[in-house]
Design a protein around this ligand. Structure first.
Ligand SMILES: [Fe+2]
Length: 314
């Protein structure tokens, strides 16, 4: 793990503050030089007024990732708060749990097994750097995670990377080469490299014939107007999750290698050490994330929601 930083803000610099009616002041504190802020003074179970929601929305746009500590959220609280920022996608369900989920908007992320079945997704493995759902036409604008159980040894960090800054640090000739380029993203494989239903191992070999959404390599954030590098996801050497259009495969691979090399320096990454009660919401349009593996003997249970965007990357 590179560039690990304490998840408690070391520089208590309020980025903004507002007084909720009858509540303690809400404060926004930068967490690292790279990305992220902690929002304090808010109990997300409460009905929040428009001014408070606006401060939270602004913090999310300005910092890319926002963290709320010491929350006590039911599944209903999580869904209700997430809906303050847009419509929610439905989570993937497993055959044995589909019938009784009261809140189908919640994805369970967990390695815990019950009655011989995993209760959630992702197990205990590493998840490499990615943006969520880049293999869809309109990826979600935000993903959120609420920690119910975390490994006692502090493992299973989640890393976040500021893709505005990664784009801005690229040498100018490289940035110029990226102008106008688009990539086709592979819908055939999951992040773990497994084939999705309905696809074959050859599904992404022939770029011209392959299904898959096309997104710009550099996207302009629809709310901030800033440019961010938009790579989707990659899995080192196992498969290519994206192809640049108008280039031979070898040329596309070389350029993507060059860009992923910058990503892997993790110059603009921050790693969060989870505590029970943490709620984190990130901007999926300008932030990539990854998760470190943790021991299969330790329990980790998170509830996740996904907030829809209404425009495709452009
Ligand atoms: Fe993810």
């Amino acid at each position: 793990m590179a560039n690990v930083r304490a998840s408690t803000p070391d520089a208590h610099l309020p980025a903004s503050a507002a007084e909720g009616s009858g509540r303690a002041a809400i404060g926004v504190f930068s967490i690292s030089d790279a990305v992220g802020a902690e929002v304090r003074g808010v109990d997300l179970r409460e009905e929040l007024d428009a001014a408070t929601i606006e401060v939270i929305h602004r913090a999310w746009l300005d910092h890319g990732v926002i963290l709320f500590r010491d929350q006590h959220l039911s599944a209903g609280d999580l869904v209700r708060f997430s809906r303050c920022f847009g419509e929610l996608d439905l989570g993937p369900t497993m055959a044995w749990q589909a019938a009784d989920q009261e809140f189908p908007e919640i994805f369970i992320i967990s390695n815990v097994m019950e009655n011989g079945h995993p209760i959630g997704f992702l197990g205990n493995q590493e998840a490499d750097w990615h943006t969520d759902m880049s293999h869809t036409a309109i990826p979600p604008k935000a993903s959120t995670l609420y920690a119910l159980e975390v490994p006692a040894d502090g493992s299973g960090h989640t890393g976040f990377m500021n893709m505005y800054k990664v784009y801005e640090v690229l040498p100018s000739p490289l940035r110029s080469r990226l102008e106008g380029l688009h990539m086709k993203h592979d819908p055939a494989h999951t992040l773990q490299g497994e084939l999705r239903d309905g696809f074959t191992a050859e599904s992404f070999e022939d770029l011209e014939a392959a299904e898959g959404p096309v997104h710009p390599l550099v996207r302009t954030h629809p709310e901030s107007g800033r440019k961010a590098l938009y790579l989707g996801r990659e899995r080192n050497g196992v498969y290519r999750a994206a192809r640049i259009l108008g280039m031979a495969r070898a040329e596309s691979d070389r350029l993507l290698d060059e860009l992923w090399c910058v990503v892997r320096q993790e110059q603009y990454a921050w790693y969060h050490t989870w505590r029970v009660g943490d709620y984190v919401m990130w901007d999926n349009r300008c932030v990539m994330h990854r998760r470190e593996s943790f021991s299969a003997d330790l329990r980790r249970v998170m509830h996740r929601t996904q907030i829809r965007d209404n425009v495709a990357p452009a």
